[in-house]
Design a protein around this ligand. Structure first.
Ligand code: SOE
Length: 360
């Protein structure tokens, strides 16, 4: 590795890569995007032009094998996360991958085994760990400010699929994404709930629904069947005895990116809301009031490096982990834990029975 900077290869140059990942590397003083790959070569060429990459390809195998690249960022549809990440790890690269990590916990286990072999630094882009209010929530809970936890209620509600005229995209195709809203949005609040509390989910019982079963195909070429969940709700038990309720939907009318996690403990409580960067609703410490939540300001020290909602925080942390030879968090182990919950929820929704994890 170049001692002065981390040389990056990005696979997948679609919306999120352009809005978050590549700007994140561009903003880091010791990161450089050397190569980009996309199955749509023109998209990769546009990204290379915008971010100064010198190598462009539509074949990820060419990118991961380059000696002038230290780390690979996988920003593709879920179905190819593992083959690309595996190829990168086997080529001696560090890897960060978009969420959810894989299409199944078995696939995720394969990734972890490969990374252990090479000592690769791994990361999963659970974006909302970078949010100032979520960082403060995790700080307060991890330092015991709400005591023994009774409840975790998590909601992630978007409304972009309310109209039946919204066409099918890869996030709605099982063979590309695995699950629908569960993996797309549920994975985020599952990660936050476990990170906030430091607890693991040990069993779930679930219900999933597809409200709109047929949608226009892209390009107006007729209609196609939707084979993934539009909404997912599940109950969970944590290993610390807490009870969890998780609701995620992309049919939540009027909601843009509504993310809310309520945590109730024996000596306090707090509510994190993505919409509010500056405050937590809380009853903690000397703010603790019986039957009253106060809006407490998030201290400046929890402001992420981008000064906003922290969308690029994981990207910066990944670069720093490589430069300082430290472990990136969240990493593939967190991705596997998350994947086990996703798989358990999908299994439970089939017959409505409780499913315990870990599986083996
Ligand atoms: C779409 O639902 C989406 O872009 C998710 O895929 C992201 O993970 C989330 O951060 C915002 O919404």
């Amino acid at each position: 590795m170049s001692s002065s900077e981390v040389r990056i290869g990005v696979v997948g140059t679609g919306g999120f890569a352009n809005q978050v990942h590549m700007p994140g590397y561009h903003a880091h003083p010791r990161a450089k995007i050397v190569g980009v790959c996309d199955i749509i070569l023109e998209r990769a060429e546009a990204a290379a032009k915008r971010f100064g990459a010198t190598f462009v390809t539509d074949d990820y195998k060419e990118l991961v094998s380059r000696d002038d690249i230290d780390a690979i960022d996988v920003v593709t549809p879920n179905v190819v996360h593992v083959p690309i990440a595996l190829a990168a790890i086997k080529a001696g690269k560090h890897v960060i991958c978009e969420k959810p990590l894989a299409m199944s916990h078995a696939e995720a286990q394969e990734l972890i085994a490969a990374a252990k072999e090479t000592g690769a630094k791994t990361g999963v882009n659970f974006t909302y760990r970078g949010h100032p209010a979520s960082r403060y929530a995790q700080y307060l809970i991890s330092r015991g400010h709400i005591g023994r936890i009774f409840h975790v209620n998590a909601f992630y509600m978007q409304g972009w699929l309310v109209s039946p005229d919204t066409p099918i995209v890869w996030r709605l195709q099982k063979d590309m994404t695995g699950t629908g809203v569960l993996g797309d949005l549920g994975s985020h609040v599952i990660d936050l709930a476990c990170w906030f509390t430091g607890a693991k989910i040990t069993s779930v019982v679930a219900d999933m629904s597809t409200f709109v079963e047929e949608r226009p195909l892209p390009g107006g070429t007729g209609k196609g069947k939707v084979d993934v969940d539009d909404a997912s709700t599940f109950l969970a038990r944590f290993d610390n005895g807490a009870m969890g309720t998780f609701v995620s939907s992309r049919n939540a009318t009027a909601r843009g990116n509504y993310q809310r996690i309520e945590v109730y403990g024996e000596s306090g409580a707090l509510v994190y809301s993505w919409d509010d960067k500056e405050y937590l609703e809380a009853s903690v410490g000397h703010f603790a009031k019986e039957y009253q939540m106060l809006k407490i300001p998030v201290p400046a020290r929890f402001t992420p490096r981008d000064g906003g909602t922290g969308f690029t925080e994981n990207i910066s942390n990944f670069i720093d982990a490589i430069l300082n030879d430290k472990e990136m968090v969240p990493n593939f182990a967190d991705g596997l834990e998350n994947q086990e919950v996703l798989d358990a929820v999908s299994m439970s929704a089939e017959d409505g029975t409780w499913v315990s994890i870990p599986f083996n």
